[in-house]
Design a protein around this ligand. Structure first.
Ligand code: NAD
Ligand code: MG
Length: 398
């Protein structure tokens, strides 16, 4: 895809059909907050959730979609009973999500599932030429080439929700690709930015889940603490903006006010700033190329005394280096990196793996399994499964 922001048709006033995949999560619920602000602009047609049947039912009663999807059959019975009086089809699992993503009348798909599980439904939406508002960065990490091929082939559009990529996307509006020198992704540095290395062995689940600036789902919160999140975002930026890794820098900025920057070849830098609030990039992904008036919190410039910056420390946070390594290696490496990380983070959240062992597990999986040839989708799925198995069997000391 081009490095500049793609142009799409402006909003024409008719309600836009929305499918929200991962509707019960942090991004999903905030997407519905945005929909509540602009009820006449949207028609919610599909909502999906993995486990939280109660919230999915409540959302269905409020937004009256034509289709809901729940993770498995046991929960489907509960959803079917609760929504018996509604005109809604209740579908199940990964296949149901692909149907939801391509439901008749859906114009925009908000991809807000966490992890590799979000990939098939995004690919289905791309094959149907939908506009995708993408939060699910793991999809681009694993299958960036495939996603770009499908975008080209089927004429869909991808607009980022991730705050850093939204910032870059906003900075690129009206800027030709050839004028871009560098993309600078900012990173909060997470809860352990100043924590001494010798205490990392003792990091607990609770400490890792306590992010200083953002309230997010558990997996991405741990990724922020290890800085794997920034590593995944470097790979995400590579495929979203067509920028080589050497042109993507990471800069730690603890206040999370500058959401990212673009340096242009004439020496000028553009940045996008704001209070850390995901509703702003979510809304922009839905309103682009327009901006809609909204009551999201404004920055109080007079109170904003300082903005700090420092280089990332890849000794304490090796995940960031591992992500650059995986991007450089190419082939299955980013898929291995992602799957090993998902498995390691899940183990850490179950308190079966230590925080410091997350990067060790990812590095071991990359060393053992990565192959520089890029396979088709089936090969990527196989790489994902192998990496998960590998980390499960690693048997690192708890
Ligand atoms: P979350 O855990 O809060 O929500 C995840 C959603 O996906 C839930 O609705 C859940 O039911 C669904 N889900 C989980 N596993 C599933 C599976 N196996 N199959 C189908 N559905 C499944 O996560 P989140 O924080 O909202 O993050 C969602 C995505 O957005 C992630 O890729 C994350 O990296 C990205 N993102 C999140 C934020 C944020 O502020 N939360 C910011 C930027 C990017
Ligand atoms: Mg981000």
């Amino acid at each position: 895809m081009a490095l500049s922001a793609p142009s799409i048709l402006p909003f024409n006033g008719a309600p836009r059909g929305l499918a929200i995949l991962g509707a019960t999560g942090s991004i999903g619920t905030q997407t519905l907050d945005v929909v509540r602000l602009f009820p006449s602009k949207f028609r919610v047609l599909a909502l999906t959730a993995q486990h939280n049947a109660a919230l999915l039912i409540a959302q269905a009663r409020e937004f009256r979609p034509r289709c809901v999807v729940i993770g498995d059959e046991t929960r489907a019975a509960e959803v079917r009973t609760a929504l018996a009086g509604e005109d809604v089809e209740v579908l199940v699992g990964a296949e149901g999500m692909c149907e939801a993503a391509t439901w008749p009348g859906v114009e925009t798909v908000v991809a807000a599932v966490v992890g590799f599980a979000g990939l098939p439904s995004v690919l289905a939406a791309l094959e149907a030429g939908k506009k995708i508002a993408l939060a699910n960065k793991e999809t681009l990490v694993v299958a960036g080439v495939l996603v770009n091929d499908l975008l080209e082939k089927h004429g869909g559009t991808l607009v980022p929700i991730d705050s850093e990529h939204s910032a870059i996307f906003q900075c690129l509006v009206g800027e030709p690709q050839r004028t871009i020198e560098k993309l600078i992704l900012t990173a909060s540095g997470g809860p352990f930015r100043t924590r001494p290395a010798h205490t990392f062995d003792a990091i607990s689940r609770e400490e890792a889940l306590d992010h200083p600036n953002w309230s997010m789902g558990a997996k991405i919160t741990v990724d922020s603490a290890t800085m794997m999140n920034k590593g995944l975002e470097v790979i995400e930026a590579r495929w979203l903006f067509g920028a080589e890794a050497t042109r993507i820098d990471v800069l730690v900025h603890p206040q999370s006010i500058i959401h990212s920057m673009v340096v242009f070849r004439d020496g000028s830098t553009k940045a996008q700033l704001g209070v850390p609030d995901m509703k702003v990039p979510i809304q922009y992904a839905l309103s682009y190329p327009d901006r809609w008036p909204a009551p999201h919190e404004r920055l109080d410039w007079a109170q904003l005394r300082r903005l700090d910056f420092e280089p990332p420390d890849t000794t304490r946070f090796p995940c960031l280096r591992l992500a650059y390594d995986a991007l450089e290696l190419g082939g299955t490496a980013p898929a291995i990196l992602n799957a090993a990380n998902e498995q390691a983070v899940a183990s850490f959240l179950r308190e079966e793996m230590r925080f410091v062992d997350i990067p060790r597990a990812v590095e071991a999986a990359l060393d053992e399994l990565a192959d520089d040839r890029l396979p088709a989708l089936d090969g990527l799925k196989q790489a994902d499964a192998e990496a998960r198995r590998f980390v499960q069997e690693l048997n690192l000391r708890v």
